[in-house]
Design a protein around this ligand. Structure first.
Ligand code: SF4
Length: 317
């Protein structure tokens, strides 16, 4: 049995509570601003349906690029029209919608078209063509809550950790599309940006040398390792949010912006200003440099800078 296999017989990942506390202190001043998007003035149902299809295909592609293109090519103030479009969407039309993306191998038009169609089919067959049924209870949890209902949609139901389902609930809450009565409890949506950030800041670490080494390579890993790591990052994020006294989904959004704008795979912007393309002033207001800098393990330990998220090509990653 290899060292990795032995380590994976248990859980080789652990949380450092002190690092979570220090990170929380650096982030607790964050005050999210109200979302102001081109679709914000549309009806609640149109916004709900737009987000439902957007999040269904939001994997392995830049979030802002996808959302902008979907708004330009797919959005309609008439939610029924969007459902019709999704039911008959082809790979070719997805390819056209995403034309010019800087990493064309990530467009995966057939896969995205299939997710759009199966989402529309599920709304038609399982929710009697009434997407508002997903949020009729205004609850995230429980038998009639969004997270339970949305498992019926293939794009949302296949991830054991429910990343897209959680991200969808977070988007609805953050943009004020749905006022969930239990919205403060929405679980984290863990993607590769957050995994990388939590490893580098030392909040999640591998307590086994062979796992530590393999995380420095950014190579493809077995699913058990990925699932254990995602689960541990999710718990560490919830712990950090508790220390910061903010809902997990609010912290999730801020940390995701730090991961994708500063702590990238190949480049870490620890000391410089935020990139010009980040328009969210509430994130910029937290700190002129990386807010994690003072306590970040990678900032002070060069070996830790090599930490990378595992590479997998799953649609929920
Ligand atoms: S200080 Fe640098 S290495 Fe640490 S989280 Fe920020 S950008 Fe990443």
């Amino acid at each position: 049995m290899s060292g990795i296999e032995k380590a994976l017989a248990g859980n080789p990942f652990a949380i450092d509570p002190t690092q979570c506390l220090l990170a929380a202190q650096a982030l607790e001043s964050f005050t999210p601003s109200d979302a102001d998007n081109p679709w914000s003035s549309a009806s609640q149902e149109a916004q709900l349906v737009f987000k439902l299809f957007f999040v269904a295909i939001c994997h392995q592609i830049n979030w802002d690029f996808l959302q902008r293109r979907m708004y330009e090519h797919f959005f309609s103030a008439d939610s029924g029209e969007m459902l019709e479009r999704a039911l008959t969407v082809s790979a070719k039309s997805v390819e056209e919608m995403l034309e010019g993306y800087h990493r064309p191998e990530r467009i995966r038009a057939s896969e995205r078209a299939k997710y759009l169609r199966t989402t529309a089919e599920a709304i038609s067959t399982r929710f009697s063509n009434d997407p508002a049924a997903l949020v009729a209870s205004n609850l995230v949890f429980g038998k009639h809550g969004l997270l339970e209902l949305i498992r019926n949609i293939p794009a949302y139901g296949e991830d054991p950790l429910g990343k897209k389902a959680n991200a969808f609930a977070q988007e609805l809450a953050r943009e004020g599309i749905v006022a969930f009565s239990d919205g403060d409890q929405i679980p984290p949506a863990i993607d590769y940006h957050l995994i990388r950030l939590y490893l580098r800041t030392g909040r999640v670490f591998a307590n086994d040398k062979s796992i530590f080494r393999v995380l420095s390579t950014g190579s493809t890993h077995r699913m058990r390792l990925v699932n254990l790591l995602r689960q541990t990052v999710s718990e560490a994020l919830s712990q950090t949010a508790t220390y910061a006294r903010v809902p997990a989904h609010v912290l999730n959004y801020l940390e995701w912006q730090i991961g994708r704008n500063r702590c990238e795979r190949e480049f870490m912007n620890c000391d410089g200003p935020w990139p010009a393309e980040l328009f969210d002033g509430s994130v910029i207001a937290v700190s002129a440099h990386c807010p994690m800098r003072d306590s970040c393990t990678a900032y002070h330990t060069p070996e830790w800078k090599r930490m990378l998220e595992p590479a997998i090509k799953k649609a929920f990653y």
